[in-house]
Design a protein around this ligand. Structure first.
Ligand SMILES: C[S@@+](CC[C@H](N)C(=O)[O-])C[C@H]1O[C@@H](n2cnc3c(N)ncnc32)[C@H](O)[C@@H]1O
Length: 195
């Protein structure tokens, strides 16, 4: 598999919102453990995490949603170049529009790695779309420590941090979900749909 530095589009971004090493390891571990057949990813960027999932389990299919047109195009190129044609779909769309339009589809695994402030809005749709026993993995939920900080949050991050707090509270208190919060990297949550 190509390293993330070799992905088309990687060097063009000053800010490279790609998974940290520990999150990649954890993603691989979960894919090996749960062996999902149909995976939904929110937030493709240039296809790196999608390629990790496709490479980890040769049987899975990944549908990944990306709002930015250039990222979506780069991701398609990157994933095709690595021989994943026919095993993925990159949807160029706003995630909320996608979720509303596809809410009757089922996925065994969701990797939520799009706009952090929107996770709480996506949650009802994602819960509905997860199959029984399915896994919802969300990245960056502790947002550089700010989510658990007792300090006053700077105005520019306040809405995002409040929405992540609401997201965490919702997944922890949902009787349909069995949730674990992980402190590593930038914080991840794993929620398993019980019924
Ligand atoms: C953290 S990056 C994804 C990284 C990717 N999962 C990886 O690890 O290789 C988040 C991506 O979500 C995309 N994004 C932001 N807002 C979005 C939205 N409303 N709908 C869909 N994608 C969005 C961004 O353009 C960005 O590429």
């Amino acid at each position: 598999m190509k390293s993330k530095e070799e992905f088309k589009g990687f060097s063009e971004h000053d800010y490279r919102p790609i998974l940290r090493d520990k999150s990649i390891e954890f993603l691989e571990e979960l894919i090996k453990t749960y062996k999902p057949k149909r995976i939904l990813e929110i937030g493709t960027f240039i296809g790196y995490s999608a390629s990790v999932m496709l490479n980890t389990d040769k049987e899975c299919f990944v549908c990944t949603v990306e709002k930015d047109e250039k990222n979506a195009k780069d991701a398609i190129k990157n994933l095709n170049e690595q021989g994943f044609a026919g095993r993925f779909e990159v949807v160029h769309a706003d995630a909320m529009d996608f979720l509303v339009a596809h809410q009757d589809e089922k996925f065994d695994f969701v990797f939520l790695d799009g706009p952090k402030g929107q996770y709480i809005r996506y949650l009802p749709f994602l819960k509905k779309m997860l199959s029984k026993g399915g896994v919802l993995l969300a990245d960056d939920i502790l947002f550089y420590g700010l989510v658990r900080s007792e300090e006053k949050i700077e105005h520019k991050h306040r809405a995002l941090v409040n929405n992540l707090r609401k997201f965490i509270e919702a997944i922890e208190n949902d009787s349909q979900l069995d949730t674990t919060i992980y402190d590593f990297a930038n914080g991840m949550s794993k929620s398993i749909k019980k019924d």
